[in-house]
Structures are given as structure tokens and as C-alpha cells.
Ligand binder design. Structure first.
Ligand SMILES: *Cc1c(COP(=O)(O)O)cnc(C)c1O
Length: 391
């Protein structure tokens, strides 16, 4: 194990704080390291491995595609991408899909799309919320309002208006004065610390977007594909966005992302306006079709139930350890817990218990377990949490 860690230090740029786990393989909710140690994975590669590791049906779908082709380019028709697009539309609203490889590229596509719409309507600029994370490329980074991420990197020369998540009452004035083309938001912030927009807040935003003709874009890169107990998180709120950006879990572990544009605003891109060599990855799309097939309505109901079970367990733990744990927030299997203790120490204690967790926004425990997790494994996690707190 040590050897790999030393080798990495010599060869890879130091951009990640890794846990000392050299992965050998994964199975279901567990990752195994080189020495055969088994770890319960409570963040699923940051919400990518929704069906855990090596789901047999997903593996089968991948093998079938590997034997057909891995890349054909966008000069030809890719059946897998078409079928996945139909499946995505059937789970959301009538519209059309553009594929990318990653989440941040999905946001870039949306920015270019909004620009095109703005040119037609004589409007400019995008509104985003404080504490939001929309990606790290230089277009998306302009919309990412986490100072440690955005830093002072140069971003695109296009107006971006930040509205505080806590002061949504200012939004109407902003829309009225600045006449932005669009607004982008995460229904539940991921990297921002699992802050959940309330039903009233979302309704209000949606109404204002309608009133001021602002394109409502949901960044569902982390919240989408069943994570919160609905296929897309916006479906909790009784609103319909104009544009949805997806990625992370959609490719079944393979890099795939994109945007879904409502039919009310389609037609602003024509051939040549935007493109990418790899999107859609035929492999990612083949895996994604299987992922969407498995995450059906019954599956989503189980996600909601298991989310409630996890939340109850966390609340009981919070009552026992109010000096260590603060507020618990989230929906479905996307939960955050405010920590009043040293997060690094908690993470080490969890690792000793062979449980992998993620900390975000400095002191928020972010839980994104595989959606296939069962009550048994949630109990195992809660037990480990209790032990990790007592150390
Ligand atoms: C992960 C994430 C992104 C960026 O996706 P990448 O694939 O890392 O580029 C953007 N927005 C949200 C909400 C995310 O969670």
C-alpha cells in the first residue's frame, strides 16, 4: 500500500487530500483495499455510484457495449445516447438533451445556451446563489460561489449576479433591475453544505422566473438520478424548470453529463454552435440506460424510506451527542450533519471503523451512500458513527 502512495507523490500533481486507502476493487456498498480490508462506502464516489460498485446488471450492460464499440464520434447516430435521452425525458419533462462528459461541461453548455437565448431577447447575465457549486471550468467557475474554489481565477466576461441564499426577498429587485437571461441553482447544495431550499422558496423563485422571463436552470448534477428520493430533486417542489443539468450518477460510473432543455425553449442551438468529441460516451449511455431502468418508481420509494431511516438514526445520535452534532439536513439519501467537533479527527475515527465518509463546507458531514444501501448497512454506519464519536 505504502509503495503506491509514494509513487503517486512522485508522479501526480498534489491537488487532492486523499484517504490512505489504495483501492483494489468494489462490490455493492463496499470498497476493498490492497490488503483485503473492507470499507463501507458512505459517499459513493461523490454520488456517482448510485447502484454501488459492480452492480451485476450494469456490468452486463457494459460488457455488451464494450463488444460493440466504444467510440464512433458525433458524425454518426448513437443508439445508446438516443435511448438514454428518451429515458431522461420520460422521467422529467418534454424536451431535448445535449450530452457532455462531465458536470462542469454541462454547466458550460447551459451558459452558452443562455447566451444564445439572451441574444434573441436582448438580455444578458445569469443569477446564481451564494454558496453554490457549479463546477471548476472557467465558465462554470464564474457561477461557483465558494471562495476557496473560485479563488481569483479569471472567469468568463459575462455578467453573473450572486444572490444570497438567505436573502431571496432581494431576487425580484435583481430580476427587475438587471434583466438577466437565466438563473441557476442547486435545489440542495452539495459542496455548499447540504442547504435545502424550502418549498416556499422554490415556488417563489419559479414564480419570479416566470414573471420576469428568466430561464430557470436546475443544477441536478448531485441531486439527480434518484439521490433525494425523486428522480430529479425539483420534483419535490411542484415546479418545472426550463433546463436541467445532470452528470455524476447518470453514467453508471462512467463520465457522462449533459443538459435537458424544456421544449418551450428548445431550438436555440444549431449545428456548429456547440459540441464535444466524446459526448455521449456510448459506454456511459449504455450503463446509464440500465441505471435508469433500475431506478424506477418502486426503487425511488425505497430511497425515501431508507432516507427517513437514516435521518431518524442520525437524529437519535444527535440527541445523545448534542455537544458533537448540530443540525441535520437533507432529503432521501443526501444528508448533511453539522459537526461541532474536529472533522478531520472524526474522519480518521470513521476510517478506523472502516467506514468512508466525506466532509464538505469545512464542518458538514456529507452522506451520499449508494442508493442500493439496505437498513442493515445503515445500522452498521450508525453503530460506527457512535463509536467514532466516543473515541
Ligand atoms: C460535481 C458537481 C459539479 C461538477 O461536476 P464535474 O463532473 O466534477 O465537473 C457541478 N455542480 C454540482 C452541483 C456538482 O455536485
Amino acid at each position: 500500500m505504502e509503495k503506491w502512495i509514494d509513487r503517486e507523490e512522485n508522479i501526480l500533481l498534489n491537488t487532492y487530500n486523499r484517504m490512505p486507502v489504495v483501492v483494489s476493487h468494489g462490490e455493492g456498498c463496499y470498497l476493498y483495499d490492497d490488503s483485503g480490508k473492507k470499507y463501507l462506502d458512505m459517499f459513493s464516489g461523490l454520488a456517482v455510484n448510485a447502484l454501488g460498485h459492480c452492480h451485476p446488471e450494469v456490468v452486463e450492460a457494459g460488457k455488451n457495449q464494450l463488444e460493440k464499440y466504444l467510440h464512433i464520434s458525433n458524425f454518426f447516430y448513437c443508439k445508446q445516447g438516443i435511448a438514454l435521452g428518451e429515458a431522461l425525458v420520460s422521467r422529467s419533462f418534454p424536451g431535448k438533451v445535449f450530452y457532455t462528459n462531465t458536470g462542469t461541461e454541462g454547466v458550460e453548455a447551459a451558459v452558452k445556451y443562455l447566451y444564445k437565448i439572451g441574444k434573441k431577447k436582448g438580455k444578458r447575465g445569469i443569477v446564481c446563489l451564494s454558496g453554490s457549486f457549479h463546477g471548476r471550468t472557467l465558465g462554470a467557475l464564474g457561477l461557483t460561489k465558494i471562495p476557496s474554489v473560485a479563488q481569483d481565477f479569471p472567469v468568463i466576461d459575462y455578467p453573473v449576479y450572486e444572490n444570497s441564499r438567505e436573502a431571496l426577498e432581494n431576487l425580484e429587485e435583481l430580476f427587475d433591475k438587471k434583466e438577466p437571461v437565466g438563473m441557476i441553482l442547486e435545489p440542495i447544495s452539495g459542496s455548499g453544505g447540504i442547504e435545502v431550499l424550502s418549498r416556499e422558496e422554490m415556488k417563489r423563485i419559479s414564480e419570479l422566473c416566470e414573471k420576469y422571463d428568466v430561464v430557470l436552470c436546475m443544477d441536478e448534477i448531485q441531486t439527480g438520478i434518484g439521490r433525494t428520493g425523486k428522480f430529479f430533486a425539483y420534483q419535490h417542489y411542484g415546479v418545472i424548470p426550463d433546463l436541467v443539468i445532470f452528470a455524476k450518477a447518470v453514467g453508471g460510473g462512467s463520465p457522462l453529463g449533459g443538459m435537458l432543455v424544456h421544449k418551450n425553449i428548445d431550438g436555440y442551438f444549431k449545428p456548429g454552435d456547440h459540441g464535444t468529441t466524446f459526448g455521449p460516451s456510448p459506454l456511459g449511455a449504455a450503463l446509464g440506460r440500465k441505471v435508469l431502468e433500475i431506478i424506477d418508481e418502486d426503487f425511488l420509494m425505497e430511497v425515501e424510506e431508507k432516507g427517513r431511516f437514516l435521518q431518524l438514526g442520525l437524529e437519535n445520535l444527535q440527541k445523545k451527542h448534542p455537544e458533537s452534532l448540530g443540525e441535520i439536513r437533507g432529503k432521501g439519501l443526501m444528508m448533511g450533519v453539522d459537526l461541532k467537533i474536529d472533522p478531520a479527527k472524526l474522519k480518521r475515527n470513521f476510517l478506523e471503523e472502516q467506514v468512508l465518509i466525506n466532509i464538505t463546507a469545512k464542518n458538514v458531514l456529507r452522506l451520499l451512500p449508494p442508493l442500493i444501501i439496505r437498513e442493515k448497512e445503515i445500522r452498521e454506519f450508525l453503530l460506527a458513527f457512535e463509536k467514532a464519536l466516543s473515541k
